[in-house]
Ligand binder design. Sequence first.
Ligand code: 4AD
Ligand code: MG
Length: 431
Amino acid sequence: MQKVFINKLKDFVGQEVTLQGWLFNKRSSGKIRFVILRDGTGYVQCVFFKGNVSEEIFELADKIGQESSIIVTGKVKEDSRQVGGVEIDATGLIVIQDAKDYPITPKEHGPEFLLDNRHLWLRSKRQVAIMRIRHRIIKAIRDFFDERDFVLMDPPILTPNAVEGTSTLFETPYFDLGNAYLTQSGQLYAEAGAMAHGKVYTFGPTFRAEKSKTKRHLTEFWMCEPEVAFADLNDDMDLAESMLEYIVQTVLRERAEELKILERDTTKLEKVVRPFPRISYDEAVEILHKNGVNFEWGNDFGAPDESVIVQQFDRPVMVHRYPAEVKAFYMKRDPENPKVALAVDVLAPEGYGEIIGGSQREDSLDELLSRIKEHNLPQEVFEWYLDLRRYGTVPHAGFGIGLERTVSWICGLDHLREAIPFPRMIYRNTP
Ligand code: 4AD
Ligand code: MG
């Protein structure tokens, strides 16, 4: 008999097939037992009629527990009332393991309990939908850059220095060389890559020892960082905008079913088309003041400030030219106003906050040397990075998109912990 996956059942109407999976749910009514089987590709109702199957199988279909691993054989019947448009008229049932007392039942559970059982929670309908969207977002990001001739370049995870500020570094002893640090960003290495290939992107895990216990911070998260030679801040914003439109429109098209399971309001996502509003930090501050927010020029925006700014628009907002003081050492100052850096943050709609941070990089050796001094960074560890300005420096720019923040926005999640298979936060590093 043909072994078939649930998402392919439509091609087998009228035929006998074998399905392998887990018991998602079951119910009985008189002479019928219903078993909902899941196999990762979908869900299907298997119907056991008394008389059509042996007494033993009929009993078994009622007895086995939630999440038992099973093999069902039966005939595929068209049934428009069912999800997927088919059901199985079951003739056989083999139980690989009868699971008893599965901890996650259809009733409500608290978030801590679910996180303790994350290894099992991942099987639930909502979590499966989120992970399938996450996968599609990763693929969309890669496709977007691959189609535009970017080269994927993997930066190291163990690094000798900080990129995004020294206060959030995870440290680990490294043989006779002292300490190494888990990377906060692959950017500096991506810059070296851009000088080799013109256009590159990195995509991998990054680490921040963030003390902040918010819905938007993980200590381990995934980031994609494109870097482009001969590009300025405007080119950078064009790239970020095209990429976000591509990601959102692809997910809307290809993961409609999953978005429905999540009850996501997709009308909000449909609006994510170019051009996105571009406002300067100064203009953003003006918006805050007009809305009665007490905000001082020179500070970084907090989550409530970001919410007020994005409320004025119906799509992601690009805020550029931040006060140089609050931004990283590698960002180029605006030649027209050295108080601001040629930086951009992309703020997602609906209060999801900053999903992208980027900038044009300082390409002058002398300027970069001064920045390193001003930030009290050790020049020795940046010598290799300074070489990029000594040998064929060019204007260049890039950004980093946080994967979990993007997943969380597109899926409409309240908390980043559901956007990654096994979240790492200050108070949690298990399972
Ligand atoms: O703004 P960030 O710190 O920028 C950089 O790391 C640059 N080196 C990027 C570049 O220009 N190549 O981080 C970029 C993005 C943020 O916008 C956010 O989406 C995400 O990474 N991010 C986090 N996501 C989850 N948890 C955290 N603790 C995060 N910190 C940053
Ligand atoms: Mg940032």
